[in-house]
Design a protein around this ligand. Structure first.
Ligand code: ADP
Ligand code: ZN
Ligand code: ZN
Length: 749
């Protein structure tokens, strides 16, 4: 194949003539193969745009016409055409050199193959907004101000005491970083503008980053921690580690020491944390201990801020990046270490669009980068434990809590036949009172926000449904409002039962609001702070609410948002209310999730010197899950659960892919999945189950069905999918549905 430099341009007239030419070809026309963010399983060919082309085109973004729109895509390769017929010319280059290259570029292509998603959509998921839309890689260097020679000469003539004079005196000594100016002087920008208008001062790019504080010393590591750090620092090339340590065992200290080692080698470190784990507290701890800038990447940033961190990382300026799920797409030209904290956390899996798993992708990247990757958790996912038990990951254990803290005592409270007051037994209320009297804090955990899960008519049994979902509406506002937690629908609660006209409508069951109401009345002298998604829509709200409580005795009521991340040294009692729903779920991962949740929330208790207690209030005190957890902790539970998964042929002993389809009419959704199933044909690697209704068959007005594919080995499953998926786009049935493919689904909803 003849490859021409894409910069070689032909005048439009010649191109037009060649397009009509039908005889033997004189010379083929080079084309660019472009990945575009459109839901089609293919690349698109374009002729090079006008203007100077980058020396290396692959990995550069390109603006192209698409239908009557303009899209930004990424050049994947070169091709050629004999006549250019039907090919459109790209509009413009967005990059002078490849934006995507090296390991990240290779890994993203791997991700597209693995998720069986169009490469263009994967790339658009991976890039921060402004880069996705074709904007230039933003500036990342620091800016500072200096006096011009004229400024040096004239500064004595500026009015004494004026702001410009003050600034000029400051700049007379040295070039000053804008960050530093901001710390030292109020409103320096106006003064700087005034000086620069008179050509007395100018803005300059700084070559050195501003000086940061001395790193704070850490505690002396205990032997387990020291052994873990030694093993990680000794890793040569790719090596996955599971840092399996009970809550409070000092995993973060191990991360910090490994990062310090990585930085000393002149390399970059990327730390992934769960969505609710990235608190200002966490960042401050990292900054303080490392003594350098730590770049945060999370959903609270705006698009420009994200793009700046991305750019700073790609230029090697950002040395430590701490971020949530999508931070796994950060370019790391000098990578030395990847860390995934709380690796079992569900927020690492993206549940729409490109359904990637950040932990799994981090492992793929670490392998491509040839660096160690550290998965940390007190409750490792069964997948990860399985890999550790099989010897694929080095298994580092921290069995004791660090420092003086001791593990909490766990008690199961049998509440059968006991009267409950808004879901709380008399024993629990008495226990809470005792801890408060001792000046301590109590956490009441209930994984259900709102006032009550259901509004029930006591006379006829009617329950308030969501009109668009197969689910009841949750009661909020003390019984006055209804809200659907699946589609967001809201309405006032009816005054009378729509079915029988009775006025006997009652909130049924317990949510965090109801617990808050009861506890506020029962312990009027103590603050009660409720924390759930309803109260913490803003990122810093959680911090503010915890600050409201401070160190004084009081009660926290909340959902799993409270289960992680925060050190609450005064917390000595954790009460878990209403775990029973989770004990009998149909989802094969439900027990794993419940066990993790219980252990994580229990780990909040007694993080400091005061010993902690955990009370589990249940109607099923003999349930094996609870018994194993209480008597043996997480590992015996996990081992038993792994045995069950193996017997039942579930992950990690099988590999799943879930096809979902939704449509306004269920026949359309089923017809699509049936056609997909037929395309699978006769083969014996993949078992197909379905089409069957999704666990929630109707959501937001759409009928939802699914087809589950299961295989014992991963490669044959992917072989089948690679054949199947491109054909799905072409199915006539596909036009009437919204469909998606979820490889390694974590929720079969
Ligand atoms: P994890 O990440 O496992 O929950 P952390 O690293 O946050 O645990 O440690 C829990 C607490 O113990 C923190 O307050 C930390 O400063 C302290 N800590 C950790 N390691 C040590 C140690 N070796 N000696 C004393 N205190 C420690
Ligand atoms: Zn009724
Ligand atoms: Zn709904």
């Amino acid at each position: 194949m003849i490859q021409r430099a894409p910069s070689r341009r032909r005048p439009p007239a010649i191109r037009a003539r060649m397009a009509r030419y039908t005889g033997p070809m004189l010379s083929p026309i080079p084309t660019l193969q472009v990945a575009l963010p459109v839901p089609l399983p293919r690349l698109f060919d374009y002729l090079s745009p006008e203007g100077v082309a980058p020396t290396v085109a692959v990995g550069c973004r390109l603006k192209v016409p698409f239908g009557n729109r303009e899209l930004v895509g990424v050049v994947v390769g070169h091709g050629q055409t004999d006549d250019g017929q039907g090919l459109r010319q790209a509009l413009a280059w967005c990059d002078p050199q490849p934006l995507l290259q090296g390991e990240l570029w290779q890994s993203l292509q791997w991700l597209a193959r693995y998720t069986h998603a169009p490469l263009g959509e994967v790339l658009s998921t991976a890039l921060p907004g402004p880069l996705r839309h074709g904007e230039a890689l933003p500036d990342t260097h620091h800016w500072g101000w200096q006096l011009t020679p004229e400024g040096h000469a004239q500064r004595g003539k500026l009015r004494a005491g004026s702001r410009p004079r003050q600034l000029a005196e400051l700049l007379a000594e040295a070039v000053v970083d804008e960050d530093v100016l901001g710390e030292r002087t109020e409103d320096w920008r106006t003064a700087a503008r005034s000086l620069s208008k008179r050509a007395l001062a100018e803005r300059v790019a700084m070559t050195v980053a501003p000086q940061h504080a001395q790193p704070l010393p850490g505690p002396t590591l205990n032997p387990d921690q020291a052994e873990a750090v030694t093993a990680i620092n000794a890793a040569d090339g790719f090596q996955p580690f599971l840092l399996d340590g009970v809550t409070g065992s000092g995993k973060t200290e191990v991360y910090l020491q490994a990062i310090i080692h990585c930085l000393a080698q002149g390399r970059q470190a990327l730390v992934l944390v769960p969505e609710i784990g990235l608190t200002p507290q966490t960042l401050a701890r990292f900054r303080g201990r490392l003594g350098i800038a730590v770049h945060a990447l999370h959903s609270g940033l705006n698009d420009n801020e994200r793009a700046r961190v991305w750019a700073a990382a790609s230029r090697g300026e950002a040395r430590v990046i701490v971020g949530t799920r999508s931070a796994v797409f950060t370019p790391l030209p000098q990578a030395g270490l990847l860390i995934i904290d709380e690796e079992h956390d569900g927020s690492y899996k993206q549940q729409d669009g490109i359904r990637y798993h950040a932990r799994d992708f981090a492992l793929v990247r670490a392998k491509a980068l040839g660096i160690p990757v550290l998965l940390g958790s007190a409750t490792p996912s069964l997948e990860t434990l399985h890999n550790a038990y099989a010897g694929r990951y080095a298994h580092l254990r921290l069995k004791q809590r660090a420092g003086d803290a001791r593990p909490p005592r766990v008690r199961i409270l049998d509440v059968r036949k006991r009267p409950l007051h808004d879901g709380l037994s008399a024993d629990v209320l008495a226990g809470i009172g005792e801890h408060l009297q001792r000046g301590q804090q109590v956490l009441v955990f209930k994984n259900r926000r709102g006032y009550a899960p259901v509004l029930l008519c006591h006379d006829c049994g009617w329950t308030a449904p969501c009109n668009r979902c197969d689910a009841p509406m949750t009661v909020h506002g003390g019984g006055r409002r209804l809200q659907c937690h699946h589609c967001g629908a809201r309405q006032p609660a009816p005054l009378a039962c729509p079915a029988c006209g009775s006025l006997a409508l009652q909130p049924q069951g317990i949510g965090t609001e109801r617990l808050e109401e009861h506890l506020t009345a029962a312990f009027a002298d103590f603050p009660v702070v409720r924390i759930d998604r309803g109260t913490t829509s803003r990122r810093d709200a959680l911090e503010q609410q915890l600050a409201r409580l401070g160190d004084q005795p009081g009660i926290l009521v909340g959902t799993q948002i409270l289960a992680k991340g925060h050190d609450l040294p005064k917390l000595t009692l954790v009460v878990v209310v209403g775990i029973d729903e989770g004990l009998f779920s149909a989802d094969f991962r439900a027990s794993e999730k419940l066990a993790q949740q219980l252990i994580q929330v229990a780990g909040r208790a007694g993080r400091a010197r005061d010993p902690g207690e955990v009370w589990l209030q249940t109607h099923h005190p003999g349930h094996p899950l609870l018994e194993t957890l209480v008597s043996g902790g997480y590992h015996p539970f996990a081992q038993a659960e792994l045995n069950q998964r193996q017997a039942a042929g579930f992950p990690p002993f099988a590999h799943l892919a879930l096809m979902r389809a939704e449509a306004q009419q269920v026949e359309h959704a089923n017809a699509f999945l049936l056609a997909a199933r037929q395309l699978l044909g006769e083969q014996n690697v993949v078992e197909a189950y379905g089409p069957m209704p999704a666990p929630m068959p109707r959501r937001a007005g759409y009928q939802r069905t699914q087809l589950l594919l299961s295989a014992l080995q991963r490669p044959p499953l992917h072989g089948v999918l690679a054949q199947l998926v491109p054909q799905l786009y072409a199915l006539p049935e596909a036009r009437k549905v919204r469909w998606s493919l979820d490889v390694d689904p974590t929720d079969l909803y």
